[in-house]
Design a protein around this ligand. Structure first.
Ligand code: PRP
Ligand code: URA
Length: 209
């Protein structure tokens, strides 16, 4: 099974190019992060199980398919992952939402956990972890480990932009996790920023630069 999905749809690439532009302001940046999450959600949920149901159309009876009721949860990594939440809930309004607070220590680049709150039935749910940026992969790997500690079996990771280093780290630490990204950039710079990237996603979503 393919474990890394690069969703290079033209609409995603167009919107991503606006995110990358340093002149894009906070309002547009925030809206586009949300729109990209919705578009990526379409692909990341492609394998949701269906069940056959019979409905009466105005013309005849039809056997048709609805979602089999598999329970989902999304887990944004604070802060920047918050920007993707509404975009996912647009398509899956009944998903529950857990939160993990992590920030990257600017010197060591290691993730520091400061918050965690999960739905009580998270172990029964499939989980999509949300974070716009996959740089060294330290934050994503730690977030996946935290979610696994709750007994979750099926985890997907959704990032808008990834560095090859981040993908390699998550593949190594969590080979069972499928990764969905809109683009893979060239490399990381000495400060752990994705190059060319889009800058600091959290600062650009919340206007805190
Ligand atoms: C950013 C980003 C990821 C992390 C990626 O968060 O949203 O969580 O860095 O870097 P990594 O792959 O090297 O771990 P940041 O630590 O800047 O926190 P913020 O979302 O609160 O701005
Ligand atoms: N976090 C960001 O927000 N941007 C990067 O380029 C790397 C980590």
């Amino acid at each position: 099974m393919e474990m890394v999905h690069v969703l290079d749809h033209p609409l995603l690439q167009h919107k991503l190019s606006i995110l990358r532009d340093e002149t894009t302001g906070v309002k547009d940046f925030r809206e586009i992060v949300c729109e990209i999450a919705t578009l990526m959600c379409y692909d990341a949920t492609r394998n949701l199980p269906l069940q056959a149901v019979e409905v009466q159309t105005p013309v005849a009876k039809a056997v048709t398919y609805q979602l089999a009721g598999k329970k989902l949860a999304i887990v944004p990594v604070l802060r920047a992952g918050l920007g993707m939440v509404e975009g996912i809930l647009t398509l899956i309004p009944s998903a529950k939402v857990g939160h993990i607070g992590l920030f990257r220590d600017p010197d060591t680049l290691e993730p520091v956990k400061y918050y965690c709150k999960m739905p009580t039935d998270i172990a029964d749910r499939d989980v999509i972890i949300l974070d716009p940026m996959l740089a060294t992969g330290g934050s994503a790997s730690a977030a996946i480990s935290f979610v696994k500690e709750y007994g979750v079996k099926n985890i997907k990771l959704m990032n808008i932009l990834a560095a090859p280093e981040g993908i390699a780290r998550v593949r190594k630490d969590h080979p069972d996790v499928e990764i969905y990204v809109a683009a893979v950039d060239d490399q990381l710079n000495d400060h752990g920023y994705i190059v060319p990237g889009l800058g600091d996603a959290g600062d650009r979503i919340f206007g805190t630069k």
